[in-house]
Design a protein around this ligand. Structure first.
Ligand code: SF4
Length: 241
């Protein structure tokens, strides 16, 4: 059984293709700009079995044009990796494409086993400098970077995701470091730039917690264009989304 927060039957936001997305409960990170602070706790929320997941996916089949895509997303699917393996296996047995979207804070035998039943991976790079990454998320990024290297060496399909936060992750030095890392990968396919937004502030207030980035404005198209312009000095623009 997976401990989950919610699911979306027709998700197009931030993802490639139409997907059904299951948001799992619990996250070891503590991002200053967490969009879902209510889902970080690992307390038992709602439980769902692999059979129920399959049933729900079949129910939505008319939405899927050609391929069925099911994504398991933060918050944070690797925390339940042992429970996730049989779910991924079952979906693959039913010819359903699977995708994992996580921060990849873990790389052990269970994760490697789960990847055998995963078609697409969406690894996140939150910040390149380990020290600053710790400041923004509460943990360093060394395992996440090792993880990306692992899936790269396995020739898996993956798109790196990078959240553009004005004043924090949009400066030339960080973007250059990002590229220096990408340059060492053999099978880099695409980087997906995501806009930081402030829609989570009411959720933080509801939890009686002060939002740490109150003074940081949401990212606009210009912010994405600014990062794109820096990245295109190094990467083909067709590889940036
Ligand atoms: S990884 Fe996602 S869910 Fe976890 S703290 Fe960061 S933003 Fe929140």
């Amino acid at each position: 059984m997976l401990n989950y927060h919610s699911y979306e039957t027709f998700s197009t936001q931030d993802w490639p293709w139409i997907r059904m997305v299951f948001f799992l409960q619990g996250c070891p990170f503590r991002c200053l700009y967490c969009q879902n602070p209510d889902t970080i706790s690992t307390d038992k929320n709602k439980q769902i079995s692999k059979e129920r997941i399959l049933k729900l996916v079949y129910k939505e089949k008319e939405y899927f044009w050609k391929d069925w895509w099911v994504t398991f997303s933060w918050w944070e699917c690797l925390l339940q990796i042992k429970e996730l393996i049989p779910v991924l296996k079952l979906l693959k047995q039913n010819w359903i494409h699977t995708c994992l979207d996580t921060n990849w804070f873990l790389l052990n035998d269970d994760v490697k086993e789960a990847l055998k039943y995963t078609d697409h991976v969406l690894p996140d790079i939150k910040w390149m400098t380990p020290k600053l990454h710790k400041k923004i998320t509460g943990t360093d990024n060394l395992t996440s970077l090792d993880f990306i290297r692992y899936i790269d060496e396995q020739w898996m399909n993956y798109w790196i995701r990078y959240v553009v936060v004005p004043w924090l992750t949009d400066n030339k030095e960080d973007i250059k470091k990002l590229w220096e890392y990408i340059q060492t990968l053999k099978n880099f396919q695409k980087i997906n730039l995501l806009k930081y937004h402030t829609m989570a502030i009411p959720k933080w207030e509801k939890l009686w917690r002060e939002y740490p980035l109150k003074k940081v404005p949401a990212a606009w198209d210009e912010d994405i264009q600014k990062v794109k312009a820096i990245l295109t000095q190094y990467i083909d623009k067709n590889l940036i989304q």
